[in-house]
Design a protein around this ligand. Structure first.
Ligand SMILES: NC(=O)c1ccc[n+]([C@@H]2O[C@H](COP(=O)([O-])OP(=O)(O)OC[C@H]3O[C@@H](n4cnc5c(N)ncnc54)[C@H](O)[C@@H]3O)[C@@H](O)[C@H]2O)c1
Length: 342
C-alpha cells in the first residue's frame, strides 16, 4: 500500500516508518519537523518520500495515489496542550478533520488516527473498555475526543477511519522523549541515582512500548476493512496497567544504585485510568511483545551506550515543551507554531 504518515519525524513515527517499509509498504512522510536535530543515538530511517509541511496546509496533491493515512502529527502531550489550548484544538482537531477530508477526496480508503487513552481522563481504578464515557481533564485529551467525533462523521462505504487509543508510550526511539513517565524515571535514575516521583504515584496508567504501538497501526491497516471500520481500539495490554509508584519500584530494581525518592511537593495526578485492551486482541489478534521491565532495561542500556546526561534528559532536546518554547523565544517559530520566514 502507499501510506502517508503524518508526524513521521516524531517519537512514534521514527519507529513506525521502518516497520511499515519493512512490511513492503511505500511510505510518504509529512511533518513540519518541530524537533529536527533532536536526535538520540543513530539516525532514523527516512520515508520513501518526504514532505516538510504543516498539516494545516495539506492539499489534495500531497495525497495523490495514497491508499491509507497514518495520522500521528499533533500537539502531542499535556504540557504542550496546556501551553496553547486553542492552537491544540486547531491542530489536533480541526486540521485532523481537514486532512481526513482531503484524504477522502483523494480516494484513500483508510485513515488510522493516533488517539489516546487520555480521552478517558479521570476514571478511577476499574479497567475500562472502549465503551467508557469520555472524561478528559486537559485540552490535549479534549482534542482527541473532538477529533474522533469529527472523523466519525466522514465514515462511509468508501472511507474507514479507525481510532487507536494508545496507552502512554515508552521505549527507545531516534527521537527520544524525556517527558514520558517510564523514560523520565529511568533517565533520572541513570543520571542521578534517584527514581524521582513528581506525583504521589497513586494514579493508574496503561503503558505500551512504541514498537507495539507501531505494530498495532500496521496490523489494523492491513486488517479487513469490516473489522476496523469506524472502530476505536485501546492499544496496549490489559496486563500492562501500572500505578506510577510501581513503575518507580521497577526502575529502582533495574537501574543499579538507584533509590526511589518522592518530591516534597508531590501532587495527586488527576489523570487516572486503567484500560482493558481485549478488543484489539479479539478483533485482529494483536498481542503486545513488550512489558515495562523489558522497556526499562532497553532504556537503561541505551542511556549507558550513549552516555545520557541529566541536562539532555531535562533540556529542550528531549522535553517537547522546552523545545517549542525555546524555538519561539529565539524567533524561529511563530506563536502559532509555524516556522518564521527567514
Ligand atoms: N507518545 C505517547 O505516549 C502517545 C500516547 C498516546 C497517543 N499519542 C499520539 O500519537 C501521536 C504521535 O505521538 P508522538 O509521541 O510521536 O509525538 P511527537 O511530538 O514526538 O511527534 C509529533 C510529530 O508531529 C509533528 N507535528 C506537530 N505539529 C505538526 C503540524 N501542525 N504539522 C505537521 N507536523 C506536525 C512534529 O514535528 C513531530 O515530528 C500524537 O498524535 C500523539 O497525541 C502519543
Amino acid at each position: 500500500m502507499k501510506v502517508l504518515v503524518t508526524g513521521h519525524d516524531g517519537y512514534i513515527g521514527q519507529v513506525l516508518v521502518p516497520l511499515f517499509k519493512g512490511a513492503g509498504h511505500e511510505v510518504v512522510g509529512l511533518d513540519s519537523e518541530l524537533f529536527g536535530g533532536c536526535g538520540f543515538g543513530e539516525e532514523g530511517t527516512s520515508p520513501d518520500r518526504l514532505i516538510r509541511k504543516d498539516i494545516r496546509d495539506v492539499s489534495a496533491s500531497d495525497l495523490e495515489g495514497v491508499d491509507a493515512v497514518v495520522h500521528l502529527a499533533a500537539i502531542s502531550n499535556d504540557p504542550l496542550g496546556d501551553y496553547r489550548p486553542q492552537l491544540t484544538d486547531d491542530i489536533n482537531h480541526l486540521a485532523t478533520v481537514a486532512v481526513a477530508r482531503a484524504a477522502k477526496r483523494a480516494g484513500a480508503s483508510r485513515f488510522l488516527y493516533s488517539s489516546s487513552c487520555s480521552l478517558y481522563g479521570a476514571h478511577g481504578d476499574a479497567p475500562i473498555d472502549e465503551s467508557a464515557s469520555f472524561n478528559p481533564v486537559t485540552p490535549y485529551g479534549e482534542s482527541k475526543v473532538h477529533s474522533e467525533q469529527g472523523l466519525a462523521e466522514l465514515a462511509d462505504d468508501d472511507f474507514s477511519p479507525t481510532y487507536l487509543r494508545n496507552s502512554t508510550a515508552y521505549g527507545v526511539s531516534p527521537r527520544l522523549r524525556g517527558d514520558l513517565v517510564v523514560n523520565n524515571l529511568t533517565g533520572f535514575a541513570y543520571t542521578t541515582g534517584k527514581v524521582f516521583l513528581k506525583s504521589d504515584g497513586t494514579s493508574w496508567r496503561p503503558l505500551v512500548h512504541i514498537e507495539d504501538i507501531s505494530r498495532a497501526f500496521l496490523q489494523l491497516m492491513e486488517a479487513p476493512r469490516e473489522l476496523v471500520h469506524n472502530e476505536a481500539f485501546n492499544v496496549g495490554s490489559t496486563q500492562e496497567n501500572y500505578r506510577v509508584r510501581d513503575v518507580a519500584e521497577i526502575v529502582g530494581q533495574i537501574v543499579p544504585n538507584s533509590t526511589v525518592t518522592l518530591s516534597d511537593q508531590a501532587f495527586n495526578d488527576l489523570r487516572n485510568y486503567r484500560v482493558n485492551c481485549d478488543k484489539i486482541a479479539e478483533r485482529v489478534g494483536f498481542q503486545t511483545k513488550w512489558t515495562v521491565p523489558d522497556g526499562v532495561r532497553e532504556l537503561y542500556e541505551a542511556f549507558k551506550a550513549t552516555g545520557l546526561t541529566l541536562e539532555d534528559l531535562e533540556g529542550s532536546r528531549y522535553m517537547r515543551i522546552k523545545r517549542v518554547k525555546e524555538q519561539i523565544d529565539n524567533g524561529r517559530l511563530n506563536d502559532d507554531l509555524r516556522w518564521a520566514e527567514v
